[in-house]
Ligand binder design. Sequence first.
Ligand SMILES: NC(=O)c1ccc[n+]([C@@H]2O[C@H](COP(=O)([O-])OP(=O)(O)OC[C@H]3O[C@@H](n4cnc5c(N)ncnc54)[C@H](OP(=O)(O)O)[C@@H]3O)[C@@H](O)[C@H]2O)c1
Length: 340
Amino acid sequence: MEINEPRQTADQTIRALIQHSHRGPKDLALTADQRRPTPGPGEYLIRVGSAGVNFADVMQTNGTYVGGPQPPYVAGFEAAGEIVGIGTDVEHPLPLGTHVIGAGPGAFAQYMTMPTAGVLPVPTGWSDAEALGMVLNWATALAALKPLGQIKTDDVVLIHAAAGGVGQAALRLARHYGARVIATASPDKHHAVRALGANEVLDSRHPGLADEITRLTGGAGVDLVLESVGKATLATSLAVAKPFTGRIVVFGAASGDATITTHDLVFTHHAAIKGLHIGALATEAPSLYQSLLAEIAALVTNGVYPPGTPQVHPLAEGPEVLRQLQAGATHGKHALDPWR
Ligand SMILES: NC(=O)c1ccc[n+]([C@@H]2O[C@H](COP(=O)([O-])OP(=O)(O)OC[C@H]3O[C@@H](n4cnc5c(N)ncnc54)[C@H](OP(=O)(O)O)[C@@H]3O)[C@@H](O)[C@H]2O)c1
């Protein structure tokens, strides 16, 4: 392993947020004596500049994320930072000192390891915090809209949780691709969603949501739904998707799980329903994933994807940020600074 940290020793302790149970963010706590990780084969050691907070972090603390870590574990999995070490078996590594964005275990810490395969350089001129979301929120939104959602100009696209991390990226992209966007969000977030270009914004918790969307589309329904809320919205998504030509891309269930039966599909709901997990897509369809990353790089170059503006909190506030995210009380992307 190559290490470029003359002031550090390999066994130095670091600050990190440790999750001690599967009882949610209340059992997430700061420690100052976590051992610094060592990069294994095919991994970088990253000095974390900024760690991204995602709904999947909440799910992991509750033990509801399939294949998630067992407590006690260093929480967080998305970060941007500087390559300060390179493990063995890395072909054509990026140089030490390069700032990258990617995912790996234990991002809510001053140092973490990251598999080299999935990282992207932080765009020139961007800070680490500004790059957060690139390989998670934006890649997920892009995958949902394009290869799975088959978005076309003038499609009507329904985006749930449009004020959130993935939602804001999806909203910008859908408008860029020429769609009319009907967005849902909590009422106190409507202003932000409108400012991002949504054509209509509705309250996701309103009981008449499906009727309102039907009215807004003149009875025609929507071409594509980005479904990430689950229990609270799936019935609406199914009711408003156009029969036979409509697509519903399911990639989350922030309000809890929802079910659909074969009977429903045969007799009532005739839209195409597609599932998405961006990590699984990266592993099982690597060339498709690489094409998404290439498209994201082009979106950065042409200014469609601007530097992110996450709300950055000191590491010690991580448990409270996760509690707020769990309660649906956050707007946009949140991040943790492990050095504050
Ligand atoms: N499959 C994948 O690969 C993948 C990748 C990234 C994210 N995701 C999923 O995409 C969704 C968005 O992720 P994110 O990190 O960007 O989170 P987020 O959208 O910033 O936060 C979740 C949002 O869901 C909405 N929501 C509706 N009902 C809720 C409830 N009962 N409890 C909590 N929230 C509720 C809230 O917005 P309103 O208050 O405005 O309704 C809340 O702000 C999540 O479901 C996440 O699991 C999936």
